[in-house]
Design a protein. Structure first.
Length: 86
């Protein structure tokens, strides 16, 4: 993990096979807002990468969102490894 020193976004590789499916099926409902890396791929291929914006979030909001994301990822991993795309 490398903490960003500057910028507006942070990219993270999630332990899932398809970040788009994970975001739509799990993260949004937990109020974790991410953009799937697939959105930035000219070939529109499924990807484990996601982008988070942090430029306007307070430290408290970021802590809460990361705690919720961590809980979701622990749940997915407890199901048997990298989350599937479905």
């Amino acid at each position: 993990w490398t903490a960003p020193a500057a910028g507006m976004f942070v990219w993270m590789k999630l332990p899932v096979t398809d970040a788009d499916v994970f975001i739509k099926s799990k993260a949004r409902g937990a109020k974790v807002l991410l953009v799937p890396g697939q959105s930035f791929d000219p070939l529109n291929q499924p990807s484990p990468w996601a982008r988070a914006a942090f430029s306007t979030a307070s430290l408290s909001d970021m802590d809460k969102a990361l705690e919720r994301l961590a809980a979701l990822l622990r749940e997915e991993l407890a199901r048997g490894g990298p989350a599937s795309s479905g």
